[in-house]
Design a protein around this ligand. Sequence first.
Ligand code: ASP
Length: 355
Amino acid sequence: MTYQTVKIKTSSSPQTAASILVIYTGGTLGMVYDPKDGHLVSFDFEHILERMPEINRLDFELTVVTFHELIDSSDMKPANWTSIARLIYQNYPHYDSFVIIHGTDTMAYTASALSFMLENLSKPVILTGAQLPIGAARTDARENLITALEIASAKLYGEPRVPEVCLYFNSYLLRGNRAKKIESAHFNAFHSENYPVLAHAGIRIDYQTPFIRDYQPERTLLLHPDFDENVAILTLFPGISPRLVESVLRTENLRGVVLETFGSGNTPTAPWFLNCLREAADRNVVLFNVSQCTGGRVMPGRYQSSRFLQEIGVISGSDITTEAAITKLMHLLAKENNPESVRWNLGRSICGEMS
Ligand code: ASP
């Protein structure tokens, strides 16, 4: 993979507060209007200081690595997640923190994937983007990017304030694997329903320290670069047909399914449906139960319909988001051969993605 790298020294003082590696993958944030035809085109980071002169007032040393091909995040694939994680891993000793500029559409998936790929992370990795391009008059790109950089460089007694994968958007810092895109028209694009915000940026940036992961620099960063793509998400709805359920569960080479269930983890109780699930479980397809509700959690066995799921070994996703669930499943299936250990790890929190 080839990248374009630009170094930007913002500080006038010889001692910079932080060195940050910015990874620019694409998305709306980095777009400007082409003066020739008025179309939106990707912006060249070499000109960031012309667009955002306020960056000059910050006390950072920025290195911007631009993806060879900038992508709309709807085109993100696990291979792109791996490229981002490798960049972080290879540059880990050389930078204090990492900021990833990313389209909003799949940012929560990338944030979740990175949280599983970077085991023992003890430096900030902050994803951000924008609803309006940097070239638009009312853009949210400026505030989002500048505050993400500030948070990435923030230290308390020499320790990073947020040594984990986070997503910063519209004044809120969220745990990456708890965030969900909830809005496509207004600026409040992301929300974390089941975990408190990690920081709120007003006049000051208020960090909610009890909810932020502990800084553990003695642990060595481990990279888990692989994902198994033989997975599916099966969203239930009243009237779902046997043909649809069968065709998903009998997909060739299928190894895992996120079942998006009703309420606190309930499914239809029709015998054909339960038989399909049992048959998949017997073929060692790992089934992960995630609720369609954004708030609350899966409560295995609370209703009769979910009792059966427990019996056949469906794992409860508790209060996990679908974005974190599918990336966790792909990560564990690539890491572990034994379905039993995949199930065991699915049911526990690996990096704060479920409670
Ligand atoms: N479709 C764009 C993307 O996700 C939307 C955005 O950046 O906000 O890349």
